[in-house]
Ligand binder design. Structure first.
Ligand SMILES: C[S@@+](CC[C@H](N)C(=O)[O-])C[C@H]1O[C@@H](n2cnc3c(N)ncnc32)[C@H](O)[C@@H]1O
Length: 337
């Protein structure tokens, strides 16, 4: 056996290793459970309890109580029994578990969608990412983990009370001391459409999770580097359509690509191997487009729009090359009147 790159410079333990250890600011903690960390207890019925470990404190449930001191100082991945005989599995929460159990101001991006955003919006270590709104900070945690301590996530949120919730959640996930944030995180209170141009930021990726992402497209176009990606996360088909048409109308982006992800759990028991009965049927749609170089336009679509796509009932913006239909005369054949 020959190890190829174990002793290259820059590896931990080597003389010129970077001063940031690889797991720093990942939100992952190793070693024994310590006071101040969060743990996740799961009972025999799958019920979950997340809480912060505090020496001398007690956790209560319908199965009696447990002293936090019984958990502090142990390696995660064990079972404890409460005073009334309830068995609990003890681990530190994963990022995907943390974001669905943390306190919320606004609705969060679910882990299946954060994973899609990180992959399809091509978030990379060292990237400069802009996101709005921050909401509860769920997506922020995934973005920060993906860019790492040497990247930059600039988050914009109009509602100060949501930004405060997000700041608490992000600090908690990354185990930041009070008053300290992830070194790559820059949080601004304000409307992205106004604040991003004012900041003069140039970035690689922009993620929009808000009611009206089309209102921010001019600011996005200014800030995104050529080749950069804008990705919007929208809950309804009407938002999806409006964003797609606004992207086309802007003219400085490639043809938008839209999709959704459906994740179905499976039940595995002997011969009973089947999809689980329950699933998260709908969270939101994702749509991406890439920024063209200054002054460049994407080629006009060669295909003609589907019949009726931009017919008389369509009231949104029209992409270049798609004229408005002539107004139909009252009582003309084919009209309702
Ligand atoms: C659904 S929440 C975002 C959830 C967040 N992505 C998460 O995973 O926790 C939408 C947020 O966008 C904020 N928002 C809406 N329009 C905005 C704008 N133009 N600029 C900044 N924030 C905005 C809202 O206040 C709200 O907190």
């Amino acid at each position: 056996m020959r190890r190829v790159n174990d002793d290259r410079p820059g590896q931990p333990g080597q003389p010129d290793a970077p001063d940031v250890p690889p797991e720093a600011w990942s939100g992952v903690h190793r070693g024994v459970l310590r006071e101040g960390e969060w743990v996740r207890l799961v009972d025999a019925k799958g019920r979950k309890h997340n809480f912060e470990l505090v020496a001398g404190k007690r956790f209560f449930s319908n199965k009696g109580h447990l002293d936090h001191d019984e958990l502090i100082g142990r390696e995660e991945g064990f079972t404890v029994t409460s005073s009334a005989g309830g068995e609990y599995l003890v681990f530190r929460p994963l990022l995907s578990e943390f974001v669905v159990s943390m306190p919320r101001g606004a609705a969060v991006v679910y882990p299946k969608d954060s994973a899609q955003i990180v992959a399809m919006a091509d978030i990379f270590p060292g990237a400069h990412v802009v996101e709005a709104g921050v909401g509860s900070g769920a997506l922020t945690c995934s973005l920060l983990r993906a860019v790492g301590p040497h990247g930059r996530v600039s988050s914009y949120e109009v509602r100060e009370e949501f930004a405060e919730v997000a700041q608490r959640n992000v600090r908690q996930f990354f185990g930041a001391e009070e008053g300290r944030d992830h070194p790559a995180w820059h949080l601004t209170i304000g409307d992205l459409a106004a604040e991003l141009p004012a900041s003069g930021e140039r970035c690689d990726r922009i993620i929009l999770d808000m009611l009206a992402p089309w209102d921010c497209l001019d600011a996005v176009g200014e800030a995104l580097r050529p080749g950069g990606i804008v990705c919007a996360y929208v809950a309804t088909t009407t938002q999806l359509s409006r964003f797609a048409e606004a992207v086309r109308l802007h003219g400085g982006f490639t043809e938008p690509h839209a999709w959704e992800s459906l994740v179905r759990d499976w039940h595995l028991e002997g011969l009973a191997v089947r999809p689980s009965h329950a699933m998260n049927g709908h969270t939101a749609f994702l749509i991406t487009a890439r920024r063209m170089a200054p002054g460049q336009r994407p080629p006009l679509k060669k295909r003609r729009p589907a019949p009726g796509a931009y017919g008389p009932d369509y009231t949104g913006p029209r992409p270049p090359g798609v004229p408005a239909p002539p107004p139909e005369a009252d009582g003309a054949p084919g009209t309702d009147g």
